[in-house]
Design a protein around this ligand. Structure first.
Ligand code: HOZ
Length: 427
């Protein structure tokens, strides 16, 4: 038995399913999860001494690779001053200033501890601001595990076969309306059928949680226009895309200004951090400035702020990081396409910048229904074939992969090679 196997056996007796977040249990791909011991740059190392080229990067934030030295140094410096105060600090002010500079739609920002917290708070604020109860989300988008979002949810929820989770009350579920991603007409119909009742439309502007799915031309602008017309707030969930697709996230890349934005672990340099922010008039209703309550002792934690500041400052000062991420993403997806031509395969690759997904379907994937046409058992075999060749992919078809600038051209070519060999093996 490997060390990972031993750990998993024990974990299953102590932790539900043996893991603290479902996707990583490998249920969708079979086999035993590998237990990670450490990571550096582009590599993960498991408890059995195996090394993997890392294509998840903690589900997004490790855009500079693991254990990036300026972030490590910042954490080392910060821990000398204790770990938590539950009181304001200079670093929180610096963080807020930097975020508002990098993401101009965010005029005020509140730090929280995870993307889930950020989205839960953002919709509360949207409801408080508009005085309306309902929200529109898109099938297959995932906004964390808040009750309102576990309706037609992607990521682990669909991976485990529970897009609509038991435990969410009927009343809560009724306030969440869903539409297919990229379908403006469906959104219009929902708005018409629920006149003056919709507080917000929330979406991942580039989806990571049903695999990588791109907005079609005009979709984001169409949502912006509908929101303006009907006094609905537009919320971009940039937990995965923020500071990754561009310095200012997907909203910079597509030139759309949402009313509110949610952000995640990247602003903690990978540590447990989230944030929500947006228009000053909206954020001014958050307690204690206004009546909408939201709080947290760990919010703005000094260690996490130090890590996040080091990472965001680096990204802000080094725009070449984004050009490099583009090159790496293009090199890898071109390599995968070339292999597929060679092998006579026509699977769909969705790609933007440093995010991509190879869907095991020949159908173009622009929404959840399309994504679900993927051959999931084939994906499982492909995942295992890649793992065997030392490449660590997301253990679910319904997740995006994320590259880091720690990858080199040579490593990208190794991944392409592994990909071709893996496809040959499983087809
Ligand atoms: N649901 C997360 C990504 N969409 C992954 C959770 C994990 O860390 O296992």
């Amino acid at each position: 038995m490997t060390t990972s196997e031993q750990l998993f056996e024990k974990a299953k007796t102590l932790i539900p399913g043996g893991v603290n977040s479902p996707v990583r249990a490998f249920r969708a791909v079979g086999g035993n999860p590998v237990f990670i011991k450490s990571a550096k740059g582009p590599y993960l190392f498991d408890e059995d001494g195996n090394r993997y080229i890392e294509l998840i990067n903690s589900w997004g934030p490790m855009v500079l690779g693991h254990a990036f030295e300026p972030v490590e140094d910042a954490v080392r410096e910060a821990i000398q001053h204790s770990f938590s105060f539950g009181a304001p600090t200079r670093k929180e002010v610096e963080m807020a200033e930097l975020i508002t500079e990098m993401v101009p739609s965010v005029e005020m920002v509140r730090m929280v501890n995870s993307g889930t917290e950020a989205t839960m708070a953002a919709i509360r604020v949207a409801r408080g601001f508009t005085g309306r109860d309902k929200l529109i989300k898109f099938e297959g988008c995932y906004h964390g595990h808040g009750d309102s979002f576990l309706i037609a949810a992607g990521s682990g929820a669909i991976t485990m076969g529970t897009p609509d989770s038991p435990g969410v009350t009927k009343a809560t579920a009724l306030d969440t309306l869903t539409a297919p991603f990229n379908d403006l007409h469906a959104v219009e119909r929902l708005i018409d059928a629920n006149a003056n009742q919709i507080a917000a439309i929330i979406l991942e502007p580039v989806v990571g949680n049903m695999g990588c799915v791109l907005p079609e031309p005009g979709f984001l602008q169409g949502l912006r226009d509908l929101c303006d017309k009907h006094a609905i707030l537009l919320i971009f969930d940039e937990v995965m895309t923020g500071f990754r697709l561009a310095k200012g996230g997907a909203q910079e890349r597509f030139g759309i200004r949402p009313d509110l934005t949610t952000m995640g672990k990247i602003i903690g340099g990978g540590m447990p951090v989230g944030a929500y922010g947006g228009r000053r008039d909206i954020m001014s209703i958050v307690s204690p400035a206004g009546p909408v309550y939201q709080a947290g002792t760990l919010s703005g934690n000094p260690i996490a702020m130090s890590a996040g500041l080091a990472m965001l400052r680096h990204l802000n000062d080094h725009p070449e990081v984004y050009a490099r991420l583009e090159e790496l993403g293009t090199r890898l997806t071109n390599g995968i396409r070339a292999s597929m031509v060679k092998l006579g395969l026509d699977f769909t690759i969705n790609h933007l910048g440093s995010m991509y997904t190879l869907f095991m379907t020949e159908r173009p994937v622009s929404n959840f229904v399309d994504a679900k046409t993927s051959d999931l058992p084939l994906f499982g075999r492909y995942f295992q074939a890649m793992l065997k060749r030392g490449v660590y992919l997301a253990p679910s078809q319904f997740e995006s992969l994320f590259l880091s600038v720690a990858l080199t051209d040579e490593l990208i070519d190794q991944v392409s090679w592994a990909n071709e060999e893996a496809l040959k093996e499983v087809i």
